[in-house]
Design a protein around this ligand. Structure first.
Ligand SMILES: Cc1cc2nc3c(=O)[nH]c(=O)nc-3n(C[C@H](O)[C@H](O)[C@H](O)COP(=O)(O)OP(=O)(O)OC[C@H]3O[C@@H](n4cnc5c(N)ncnc54)[C@H](O)[C@@H]3O)c2cc1C
Length: 560
């Protein structure tokens, strides 16, 4: 058994910042675990690293309004305000650790790009640390700080269950993905920084996002919220291409199967509309028989300028453009096939501003935490780093105040058995079959992009059947064992997404109900929460957004 003070699950931006903050707050024993290689397999590492920072001289109140409007007033304004107020401090920290962001050539000021979906908010781009560029640079710098602070690290440990006792969290159980051995960890507090869920869809670099944190917290009795908001982005089906946010604002266009631009038919902002609006328009165009395929057309763009912008905005496009050119593909001359790509379920563990969940001692940070429903350029990184720092400190305070924990032997035994059950079964369905069936049920555009009660109900019925299959999965080796757990997590997450989508009878942001097409502020300035009920069934409830405590209200609308 491993004994620690604070167990941090996940080593992306949120987990690494949390480890640094907890050590700096004086906690000796901090254990950072990841189901893949520490720091190297996270979305954070694969990201472009564009990050919103509110700097001295920026109008923080205006930025807060920008965010509240873009998030349909469902964000936690207290959290956003704190995030903006403290972002410059985190920037200075990163700089003191050797990270630089792109500067305007020949001038000393930062290059600051608009962030798609916001009017005023600006982001810094192209972080660099030594030879590393993008999210990998920030991750490299953070990992070096974690190592310097002697945080204990453990790679390839998939956490499969949380242990509780005496009304609080008491540790976790995990599987070593190489050996298949079970590890029991006793911890005074557990911080989930294990990311979100992309259902193993076709968005690049999101394979580890299998909803693990959601299921761990849910099974331990914590509430989840915002589970109805699924961010579907767009991308190439043939190669990993990031940077649509930049391209479509600078002359790039989406074309339908007939080679015609179509977005202006649906949205006054046309190609500059938010990503969610773009994919909803693509789905409507499918209904009219005008697609698929769809294409990204860069023929009217300024090639030199856009290539330069892309190389500054991110690391992935630069690498991809070079490789594509070498392979004889000129994306500026030939329109490229373009598809919707499921990126990120924006829900998560319902917490307070310090990341405390409903279960004492259980914290959540980053994309594991419910915070706001929308996905915007530079926003997720800022949010993950803010939460990591703040929640890491709060978890450290809890550890200092809370006494030691003891483990319940029976619970440990049951959790260990549950972790290994798929391996012990002589036969049963394989995880891959279930993942494919889940994607068939969830990914049709009429389920995940344009929703309606009947289609959501029918998908839910399929997912409920799949949940039974997922509970009987067979695994033949440690690799398949890990996949069996991830599959069950995705099935549970899909169920909660569909239940929450059914409950929200309005349209707002990425949640588009064709049977309730309007935004309904009178009834729906509320969060939907889900909790595991007494007999295991999900309990759906709503909670008003506390607008009377917040600075900003939707213009002219009554506050419920
Ligand atoms: C290609 C790409 C480009 C992006 N570009 C940008 C950008 O430019 N700007 C921006 O703001 N955002 C961007 N994002 C989004 C951003 O990277 C993420 O929102 C952010 O990094 C999330 O950080 P996190 O720490 O919450 O989660 P992650 O970085 O996803 O880390 C979660 C970690 O938890 C581990 N884990 C999960 N489950 C378990 C378990 N059961 N046991 C143990 N470990 C577990 C995972 O292996 C992973 O390492 C991009 C995302 C992608 C995929």
């Amino acid at each position: 058994m491993i004994d620690t003070d604070l167990l941090i699950v996940g080593s992306g931006f949120a987990g690494l910042w949390a480890a640094i903050a907890a050590r700096d707050a004086g906690i000796d024993r901090v254990l950072l675990v990841d189901k893949a290689a520490i720091a190297l397999s996270s979305q954070s590492k694969m990201s472009a690293g564009a990050t919103i920072y509110c700097l001295d001289g920026d109008d923080a109140d205006m930025w807060l309004r920008d965010v509240a409007e873009a998030q349909g007033y469902l964000c936690h304004q207290d959290m956003v305000a704190d995030m903006l107020a403290t972002s410059e401090r985190r920037l200075r920290c990163l700089e003191s650790w050797g990270v630089t962001y792109q500067r305007v050539p020949l001038m000393r000021r930062y290059m600051r790009l608009p962030s798609r979906g916001f009017k005023h908010v600006r982001m810094l781009v192209r972080p660099q640390w030594g030879k590393r560029v993008g999210g990998a640079a920030v991750i490299g710098a953070l990992k070096a700080q974690v190592t310097r602070r002697r945080v204990q690290k453990r790679s390839r440990l998939l956490v499969t269950g949380l242990l509780t006792g005496g009304g609080r969290v008491a540790g976790a159980v995990g599987i070593d993905r190489s050996s298949g051995a079970v590890e029991v960890i006793r911890a005074r507090a557990v911080l989930l920084a294990a990311g979100d869920c992309s259902f193993r869809g076709n968005y690049i670099a999101t394979d580890h996002a299998t909803g693990d944190a959601f299921r761990l917290a849910y099974d331990a009795g914590a509430r989840l919220s915002n589970m109805e908001f699924l961010a579907v982005n767009t991308g190439s089906p043939s190669y990993g291409f990031e940077g649509t946010g930049v391209i479509l604002r600078r002359g790039g266009r989406l074309l339908n199967a007939q080679g015609k631009p179509f977005l202006a038919d649906y949205d006054p902002d046309a190609d500059a509309a938010e990503i969610g609006a773009l994919v909803q328009s693509m789905a409507r165009e499918v209904r009219r028989g005008h697609g698929p395929p769809f294409y990204l057309d860069l023929r009217r763009t300024n090639r030199r300028r856009l290539s330069f912008m892309l190389s500054r905005a991110a690391s992935l496009p630069r690498i991809t453009l070079e490789k594509l050119a070498a392979a004889g593909v000129d994306i500026f001359r030939t329109p490229q096939e373009w598809v919707p790509a499921v990126q990120s379920l924006r829900g998560g563990v319902r917490t307070d501003i310090d990341g405390r969940s409903d279960v004492p001692g259980l914290f959540a940070a980053g994309l594991a935490q419910a915070f706001d429903p929308g996905l915007f350029n530079g926003w997720s990184s800022m949010r993950a780093m803010w939460a990591g720092e703040r929640v890491g400190r709060a978890a450290a305070a809890f550890v200092r105040e809370a006494g030691p924990v003891s483990l319940d032997a029976e619970q440990v035994e049951a959790c260990t058995r549950a972790a290994l059950t798929p391996l012990a079964r002589p036969q049963g369905p394989e995880p891959d079959e279930v993942i494919e069936a889940l994607q068939r049920a969830l990914f049709p555009f009429e389920v995940c992009i344009l929703k309606s009660a009947d289609r959501l109900r029918s998908a839910l019925e399929t997912i409920e059947h799949l949940a039974v299959t997922a509970a009987a999965l067979h695994a033949s080796d440690p690799h398949e064992l890990a996949k069996a757990h991830e599959t069950a997590n995705m099935v549970r997450t899909a169920e909660l997404f569909l239940r929450a989508s059914l409950a929200r009878t309005e349209s707002r942001g990425d949640h588009c109900r064709e049977d309730y097409p309007d935004r309904d502020d009178r009834h729906w300035l509320r969060w939907i929460t889900l909790r595991r009920g007494e007999r295991g069934a999900a309990e759906v409830a709503t909670e008003p957004v506390p607008l009377s405590n917040y600075a900003l209200h939707p213009a002219g609308d009554p506050v419920p």
